[in-house]
Design a protein around this ligand. Structure first.
Ligand SMILES: Cc1cc2nc3c(=O)[nH]c(=O)nc-3n(C[C@H](O)[C@H](O)[C@H](O)COP(=O)(O)O)c2cc1C
Length: 376
């Protein structure tokens, strides 16, 4: 167990070709992976077969000079997660929507719909993203300074809308002709500098209370919002000590706000290259290196034989640097190798589950369903 007393959580970042310049040229990688439904289904079912907690989709809604191939042709997050919900049963489904680009009413509705479709497995990663992308969303007049005030309003509205209805608001009694108890429907009546939303949202409350909410970043502004509103974060540090220190600061801030760190998920991502032996891992790394521009490719932090990578995962987890490890892949077999070679070791060591504990995402993440909260 780590500092929060919970088992390690695992997620798979489904990002098609990956966040790199070269993997699309590998013979084993479909060159259209980022918009190839069959590829996503295969990866999602692989992650679920290994009892991963969640699929996690990072996102980009703007393109600029020097973008990696993956930025240029990729699925929109909620759409692909909805498709994947139909071919999976237990695994969580997380889509990223930038508050700098999106509309909070639409985002609340989309993610709660995904939650209903998947029977309580949805989550939203509500990030600020790159200010350069705002020109694509009729917000070209706004600047970086607007991003966190907007993010705060966006999140407050989304959370409010997800509590439009009390859990037992819908009666749907055919004989008495009563569909809804109107006293259990609430409006957010939110008026902000960036967003104004009256409500109500037109979808009933989630079986997990509310979909899980994350945000991503590293700054003080990010931490302030995360520790006030979200169920977890996606963040990173330079190495395990730096990341553990960052995670420690987040947990301290949670405690200062009377929140329980055990009910909060600190996630980081890694792109492990793992082999049965160190030599296998080096061979895979060299395959990618030869495809890389100028034959230069940083070595992943989690690298080497299965035992060695399992030791690295265990070290980061025990040090409190992460509650959830999100696996990205650069090598076409990156996720598969981690699952085949490292997950069984983590299971043998009792760090990671062998069966799902619950049907909902909150259940598997071991974070409680939030009670209904009346805003107005
Ligand atoms: C771990 C991590 C993941 C992120 N994921 C995304 C993403 O999927 N899409 C995106 O546009 N920006 C992403 N970002 C960028 C953030 O939204 C934000 O623009 C950036 O972190 C700058 O904010 P900060 O200085 O407050 O951390 C990510 C940032 C971090 C640290």
């Amino acid at each position: 167990m780590n500092k929060t007393g919970k088992k390690l959580k695992l997620g798979a970042v489904l990002d098609g070709l990956g966040w790199n310049h070269m993997a699309w040229q590998h013979p084993a990688m479909p060159s259209d992976a980022s918009e190839n439904l069959n590829f996503y289904i295969k990866q999602a079912q692989l992650a679920e077969s290994a009892k991963f907690d969640t699929l996690f989709l990072v996102d980009v809604s703007h393109v600029g000079p020097g973008n990696i191939p993956h930025y240029l042709s990729m699925f929109e997050g909620v759409s692909i997660m909805s498709a994947l919900s139909m071919v999976t049963k237990n695994i969580g489904l997380s889509a990223t929507i930038a508050s700098s680009y999106g509309d909070p009413y639409s985002a609340a509705r989309q993610i709660l719909s995904l939650d209903k479709i998947s029977k309580g497995r949805a989550s939203l990663n509500a990030i600020t993203s790159n200010p350069g992308g705002m020109v694509n969303f009729s917000r070209g007049r706004l600047t970086k300074r607007d991003q966190y005030p907007m993010n705060k309003e966006f999140i407050e509205i989304v959370l409010g809308l997800w509590d439009t209805y009390e859990d037992d608001a819908f009666i749907r009694d055919k004989e008495r002709g009563i569909f809804l108890n109107h006293h259990k429907m609430h409006h957010v009546n939110y008026s902000g500098n960036y967003f104004s939303v009256e409500g109500p949202l037109n979808i009933s409350r989630s079986v997990q209370g509310r979909p899980v909410l994350y945000t991503a970043g590293t700054s003080e502004n990010f931490m302030e919002i995360a520790t006030s509103y979200t169920d977890g974060v996606f963040t990173h540090g330079y190495d395990w000590e730096d990341t553990a220190a960052l995670a420690h600061r987040i947990r301290q801030k949670l405690v200062a706000k009377q929140r329980r760190p055990e009910d909060f998920i600190i996630s980081i991502s890694q792109n492990p290259i793992v082999g049965e032996t160190e030599k296998d891992a080096i061979d895979k790394y060299m395959e990618l290196m030869q495809l890389s521009p100028r034959n230069s490719l940083p070595r992943p932090q989690f690298f080497g034989s299965a035992e060695k990578v399992a030791d690295q995962v265990q070290k980061w987890y025990k040090a409190g640097a992460m509650d959830m490890l999100l696996i990205r892949q650069d090598h076409p077999y990156g996720l598969c190798d981690f699952i085949d070679l490292v997950v069984p070791i983590l299971q043998n060591r009792g760090i990671f589950r062998t069966e799902y504990e619950a049907d909902t995402l909150r259940g598997n993440l071991e974070i409680p369903n939030p009670p209904f909260r009346k805003i107005n």
